[in-house]
Design a protein around this ligand. Structure first.
Ligand SMILES: NC(=O)c1ccc[n+]([C@@H]2O[C@H](COP(=O)([O-])OP(=O)(O)OC[C@H]3O[C@@H](n4cnc5c(N)ncnc54)[C@H](OP(=O)(O)O)[C@@H]3O)[C@@H](O)[C@H]2O)c1
Length: 178
């Protein structure tokens, strides 16, 4: 799952990149790619976005009741694209999780960006947080952070549950403390 900000700035496809993993999925009866989800209150996802065009598998665009109907219809007309309406001004993330749960989805990986991440933390919808610390300094005072939005006064506590070297960096896996 990604937010519309990420779709518009990075145009990710969110396909499974490893051929071996794709083959493994298919041989166990799964589609090549898991369901891909865009959180997009006003149905701004371009019809030629990579996430809607590239790779096999279903997509779900979650919009709010304020999404223009012509845009919703345009998205609905695309192959393997479903549009769900939830929330009045913004997508209701809790309801969206219920919708996904009802479809049998038990694990959801969110790839950001920071605004969506913040909302998910704020609503208490995050179980695990995975960070990669790599060997490149980027910086920049206007650079987005992993969790943007309003931020937290008290912060959200994490418990480190795993670490693994990957290339010249480290993957850290954290459990969100309730
Ligand atoms: N380093 C990384 O791994 C990584 C990963 C992903 C993104 N990024 C970077 O992050 C930036 C994009 O992040 P972003 O924060 O601008 O956008 P975002 O988090 O991808 O998307 C946020 C947008 O989603 C929509 N939305 C709908 N319902 C929402 C809800 N309940 N809560 C929160 N958002 C909701 C809102 O737009 P509407 O109201 O218009 O729908 C909101 O502005 C880009 O610079 C990208 O390169 C980096």
């Amino acid at each position: 799952m990604v937010g519309i900000g990420t779709v518009l700035s990075d145009d990710p496809s969110l396909t499974v990149k490893s051929e071996e993993r794709r083959k493994k999925r298919v041989s166990s009866g799964l589609p090549e790619n898991p369901l891909r989800v865009v959180v997009d209150s006003f149905a701004r996802t371009p019809t030629n976005a990579e996430i809607l065009r590239k790779g096999e598998g279903k997509r779900l665009v979650a919009v709010s009741t304020r999404a223009p109907s012509h845009r919703v219809e345009e998205l609905k007309g695309l192959r393997d694209v479903e549009v769900v309406v939830t929330g009045d001004s913004r997508v209701d993330l809790r309801k969206l999780m219920e919708i996904l749960w009802d479809r049998g989805i038990r694990r959801l990986m969110v790839e950001g960006g920071g605004t969506l991440n913040w909302s998910l933390f704020y609503e208490g919808l995050v179980d695990e947080y995975i960070t990669y610390v790599g060997n490149v300094i980027i910086g920049g005072e206007k650079a987005p952070t992993p969790v943007d939005g309003e931020g937290f006064v008290k912060g959200i506590s994490l418990e480190l549950i795993g670490s693994e070297r990957l290339g010249e960096g480290v993957i850290l896996r954290w459990r969100v403390m309730r």
